[in-house]
Design a protein around this ligand. Structure first.
Ligand SMILES: [Zn+2]
Length: 187
C-alpha cells in the first residue's frame, strides 16, 4: 500500500498550490486506502481513485468544500486534473453551478419577496381550490374507501391526504407573509 507521504507528494506534483485557496501548505492524507487529500490551509478535501496506485493523477472529486464554503457548488463533482489546475475554469464552474441552483430554488419557493400581496392572495386561492379537489374524504368514493380493502386505493387516499396537507401548509406560509407585510407596513 502507498504511504501518506507518497500520496501527498503526488498531489503536490500536480498541485503545488491548493486549487481552491492557492495556499502551498500541503495536504493531509486520509482514508483507509489513503485516497483523500485535504488542503492544510482551507480544509478543502478531494477524493481520487488514482491515489490508490499513486502513479499518475488524472481526476479529482471535490469531497468537501473549504471551511469558508468556497467550492460548495462543486461538492461531489469530479473534474480532470487539467480543470483543477485552471483557476479561471474553476471560478466559472462555481459561478455556473451557483446560478443554476439559484434559478431552481426561486422556482420552488412558495412565494417570492417580489410578489405583490394580490399575487400571494391569488396563490392562496389556488391552493384552496387544490385542497377542495384533494379532499377525498368528503366524496362518495372517499367514504366508501375504508370498506374496500385495496392497497392501491389506500395509497391513493394517503397521497391525496398528503397533497391536501401540503397545500394547507402553503396557505399558512403565504398568509403569514401577508400578516408580516401588514405588520411591517404599520410601523
Ligand atoms: Zn486550500
Amino acid at each position: 500500500m502507498v504511504s501518506k507521504e507518497e500520496v501527498e507528494e503526488l498531489m503536490l506534483k500536480y498541485f503545488p498550490k491548493c486549487p481552491l485557496c492557492g495556499a502551498s501548505e500541503g495536504y493531509e492524507v486520509s482514508g483507509v486506502v489513503k485516497n483523500y487529500v485535504q488542503c492544510r490551509a482551507c480544509g478543502a478535501k478531494w477524493w481520487s481513485n488514482d491515489f490508490v496506485k499513486c502513479k499518475e493523477l488524472k481526476q479529482l472529486k471535490l469531497w468537501e468544500p473549504a471551511y469558508d464554503g468556497t467550492g460548495a457548488a462543486l461538492k461531489f463533482k469530479t473534474f480532470s486534473v487539467k480543470f483543477w489546475q485552471d483557476k479561471e475554469a474553476i471560478e466559472k464552474a462555481i459561478a455556473d453551478a451557483e446560478a443554476k441552483t439559484k434559478a431552481v430554488d426561486s422556482n420552488k419557493l412558495i412565494f417570492r419577496s417580489e410578489m405583490s400581496d394580490e399575487e400571494i392572495q391569488d396563490s392562496i386561492r389556488k391552493s384552496m381550490v387544490e385542497i377542495a379537489s384533494w379532499d377525498w374524504g368528503s366524496t362518495l368514493y372517499g367514504q366508501l374507501g375504508p370498506l374496500i380493502s385495496d392497497t392501491s386505493f389506500a395509497e391513493a387516499t394517503i397521497i391525496r391526504l398528503l397533497r391536501a396537507i401540503f397545500e394547507q401548509n402553503k396557505i399558512l406560509i403565504m398568509q403569514n407573509e401577508l400578516i408580516r407585510r401588514a405588520l411591517t407596513q404599520n410601523k
